[in-house]
Design a protein around this ligand. Structure first.
Ligand code: FE2
Ligand code: FE2
Length: 335
C-alpha cells in the first residue's frame, strides 16, 4: 500500500522502505553496463549553452503540430479563427509538455533511488549519470514551459499513479520496468515524433538532444532486466506481468487534457463530446499519418523490448493483443 502525503505547496511525499546498499568493492563486473556509463560521461550536454534560447517563436503558429490536438479537423476546430487555433495549440502544448516535465522529475527521483538500491558499482554509476540526464530534461521542460509557452499544468492521474507506485515499491526491477521499460519506451516514441513534427524549432532541437540520452536509458533496462527476469518464480513473473499490463494500459490510453479545454472556454458537455471524439479516433483509423507512425513505432519498440527482457509469455502476448490491441506477431516478425 503506497502512503503519500500532500503538503500544501503541491509537492508529494511518498513513503518508502528502500535499502541503501553501501558497497565495499567497486570493480567492473558488467563491462556492457560500464560502457553505457562511459558513453553517458562522454555525451553530456548543457541546457543552458547547447540550446539557443534567444531564437524567436511564432506565436501565431503554436508549438506542437496541430494534428496532435484531439479536436483537430473536427467541427470544434473548424469553427475557430486562426487566433483561437493558435491559443488552443498553446494550451494543448502546455498540457502535453507539462506531463513530460512531471515525468522527467519523477525519473530524477526513481534513478536517485536506484543508485541506492542497486547491488553493484556498474549499475550504481550508470544511475548516477541518469539522475543527471533526467535533471537536464526536467530543466529543459521547466524553462521551455515558463519562457516560451507561459503555462504549466499539474501531473495527470495516470502519470502520478505510475510514479507513486514505483517510488514506493522497494524492488529495483519494478522501478526499472516502470521507468526504463514502460515510461521510456513511450517517451522515446513521443520525443521522436516531437523532434520531427513540432512547429517550434527550439522544441525540435531540445527533443533531439533528450533522445540521445533516452536511448541509453532504455539500454539500461535491456541489459539489466533479462537476467533478473530469468531468475523469477512463476508467482513473481505473474506479478510483473500484471503490473506491466496495468501500467501499459495507463500509459497507452494516457491522460486527457481536460484542463486545457476548460481554459480554452469549452463547457462540460463540449468536453465530454471531445472525450468521445478522442475515443473514436483512437479506436478507428482516423489518425493522421504521423500519429499512426507514432503508434506503430511505440508498439514495435514495446513488443521487442518486452521480448528481450523475457516478459513476453504466451499469456502476455494474448493480453497485449486483446486488452491493448497491440499486434504482437507482426511487430516480433518485423524485428
Ligand atoms: Fe528523460
Ligand atoms: Fe530517461
Amino acid at each position: 500500500m503506497t502512503t503519500v502525503d500532500r503538503p500544501s505547496d503541491g509537492s508529494r511525499v511518498i513513503h518508502t522502505e528502500d535499502d541503501s546498499i553501501y558497497l565495499r568493492y567497486h570493480d567492473v563486473a558488467a563491462p556492457d553496463l560500464h560502457r553505457l556509463y562511459e558513453n553517458a560521461k562522454r555525451d553530456q550536454w548543457n541546457v543552458t549553452t547547447d540550446i539557443d534560447w534567444e531564437q524567436p517563436v511564432n506565436l501565431d503558429e503554436g508549438f506542437v503540430a496541430d494534428e496532435l490536438i484531439d479536436i483537430y479537423s473536427s467541427s470544434f476546430w473548424n469553427k475557430m479563427n486562426s487566433k483561437e487555433k493558435a491559443e488552443m495549440n498553446r494550451l494543448f502544448s502546455a498540457w502535453r509538455l507539462s506531463q513530460l516535465l512531471h515525468g522527467e522529475h519523477g525519473a530524477v527521483l526513481v534513478c536517485g533511488q536506484l543508485a541506492n538500491v542497486l547491488p553493484d558499482a556498474d549499475t550504481k554509476f550508470f544511475m548516477a549519470t541518469q539522475v543527471m540526464d533526467e535533471a537536464r530534461h526536467n530543466e529543459f521542460f521547466q524553462r521551455y514551459l515558463t519562457e516560451r509557452v507561459g503555462q504549466t499544468y499539474d501531473q495527470a492521474d495516470t502519470g502520478r499513479e505510475l510514479f507513486d507506485f514505483i517510488l514506493a515499491d522497494s524492488r529495483w526491477y519494478i522501478k526499472t520496468i516502470g521507468l526504463q521499460l514502460i515510461g521510456e519506451t513511450f517517451a522515446v516514441a513521443l520525443f521522436k515524433m516531437l523532434a520531427d513534427t513540432a512547429k517550434d524549432e527550439l522544441l525540435r532541437e531540445g527533443c533531439k538532444l533528450i533522445l540521445r540520452d533516452e536511448a541509453r536509458h532504455m539500454g539500461f533496462g535491456m541489459l539489466s532486466l533479462p537476467e533478473q527476469v530469468a531468475q523469477m518464480s512463476a508467482q513473481e513473473l505473474a506479478e510483473v506481468e500484471e503490473f506491466t499490463v496495468y501500467f501499459l494500459r495507463n500509459t497507452l490510453t494516457g491522460g486527457f487534457p481536460k484542463e486545457a479545454y476548460l481554459d480554452m472556454g469549452f463547457n462540460k458537455t463540449e468536453i465530454q463530446e471531445i472525450r468521445d471524439l478522442r475515443k473514436q479516433k483512437a479506436q478507428g483509423n482516423d489518425f493522421t499519418m504521423f500519429r499512426q507512425l507514432f503508434k506503430r513505432d511505440m508498439h514495435h519498440t514495446l513488443v521487442n523490448n518486452l521480448y528481450r527482457c523475457g516478459i513476453l509469455s504466451e499469456n502476455m502476448k494474448g493480453r497485449l493483443e486483446e486488452e491493448l490491441r497491440v499486434n504482437v506477431a507482426e511487430h516480433l516478425a518485423a524485428d
